[in-house]
Design a binder for this molecule. Structure first.
Ligand SMILES: Cc1ncc(COP(=O)(O)O)c(C=O)c1O
Length: 362
């Protein structure tokens, strides 16, 4: 399925169409970096306690904003809840990448590749121009190239830490250097969708860097992707233009109660994080055994270079009920598959089918 943006990105070398993954729900989903066991049971209990009138009324946000603020260690004026981080990214694009009426300036968004595809797509929708920065061969953060790409037209630098699809971190000093270099009208967006797995965040640095906005999601570590909830964190004045672009009742009441219940069960997330760590060790060991190149990941997935047999692996795994994400079309990722590394039994099953396809075992 494809959603085509109404305004094409002006870089022909980089895909400007978002290819939504096919809707596959009858197998093991190792292709969208989700928590494959879903949310904490406490979330289900909280949803079951919802009363008819709560569903009849427009939702309140003060308590969930307060709960998120406590979790992120900020005051609630420095945080906006969003209907999934995707909505937050779109709001930032509308706020900062829309050409001003009567101006010839086309705002630029710097996107270090390979990147979360939504950055390109949303930049194009807002009417901005994507400035892709090609990756280092080892996917280490291309700081000098990003700094060189900054111009007077730069309005957003999109960073993801740790990065998707590579799992490779962005050094904190690089984020600081970029934030110091961008024009005063610009922001640096640090997408921390996978920060729980890395155990690091730029949020404590935000008071010193009012031009940086951090994005967080409850879709990954907390297993709430189906409910859609995330947050933008940063200086209130910097968040305001994005706030104007977010619908007034963006989160529904189910997401509101779910986020609060999820934040009350940190033990559930801790156990998932433990399993992710073990899964990644298993994945690395399997790659070493099979002679496959991989990039050590700070997230809940691992990018692995399969090479020429990539199609065979994706299709063979799918035929066996395991879904993997082919990232071959992303810059620098030729022949690469992204494999979810969550619960250990799910990882073992994923590895089993990959080995079966590659080694022909039954
Ligand atoms: C880097 C990154 N940012 C944002 C998102 C979207 O998060 P959400 O589900 O909260 O919209 C994802 C989801 O895959 C992601 O990988």
């Amino acid at each position: 399925m494809k959603n085509n943006p109404p305004v094409p990105a002006s870089e022909p070398s980089v895909k400007s169409q978002y290819e939504k993954p096919p809707e596959l729900y009858d197998g093991l989903r190792l292709h969208q970096n989700e928590n494959t066991r879903g949310c904490s049971p406490r979330v289900i209990e909280a949803l079951a306690r919802l009363k008819p009138e709560q569903i009849g009324f427009y939702p309140p946000y003060a308590a969930v904003t307060e709960a998120c603020a406590r979790y992120f260690g900020v005051t609630s004026d420095r945080l906006t809840v969003v209907n999934g981080l995707d909505e937050g990214i779109m709001a930032l694009a509308v706020a900062y990448l829309r050409p001003a009426a009567g101006s010839d300036l086309v705002p630029e968004a710097i996107v270090p590749e390979p990147a979360f595809e939504i950055f390109r797509f949303d930049t194009a929708v807002a009417g901005g121009r994507v400035v892709p920065v090609m990756p280092n061969p080892d996917f280490s953060f291309a700081e000098e190239a990003v700094l060189s790409a900054i111009t007077a037209r730069t309005r957003v630098v999109f960073l993801t830490n740790p990065n998707n699809p590579t799992g490779v971190p962005v050094p904190v000093e690089a984020i600081r250097n970029i934030a110091r270099r961008v024009p005063k009208e610009a922001i640096v967006f640090v997408d921390e969708a996978y920060a729980e797995f890395a155990g690091r965040s730029f949020i404590p640095e935000l008071p010193e860097f009012p031009n940086v906005i951090v994005g967080r999601t409850f879709s990954k570590a907390f297993g709430l992707a189906g409910l859609r909830a995330g947050a933008l964190v940063g200086a209130s004045d910097t968040l305001d233009p994005a706030r104007y672009a977010i619908p007034v009742y963006s989160l529904n009441i189910a997401a509101v109660v779910a986020v609060q219940a999820a934040l009350d069960d940190t033990g559930y997330v801790q156990e998932y994080l433990r399993q992710v760590k073990e899964s990644k060790a298993l994945l690395y060991a399997a790659c070493d055994r099979l002679g496959l190149k991989y990039w050590p990941s700070d997230a809940n997935f691992v990018l692995v270079r399969i090479g020429d047999r990539i199609g065979e692996v994706i299709d063979g795994a799918r035929a066996r009920g395991v879904y993997l994400r082919n990232r071959s079309s992303e810059p620098g990722c030729e022949g690469c598959v992204r494999i979810g590394a969550g619960y250990v039994d799910h990882t073992r099953r994923g590895l089993e089918v990959i080995e079966e396809v590659l080694c022909g075992a039954r």
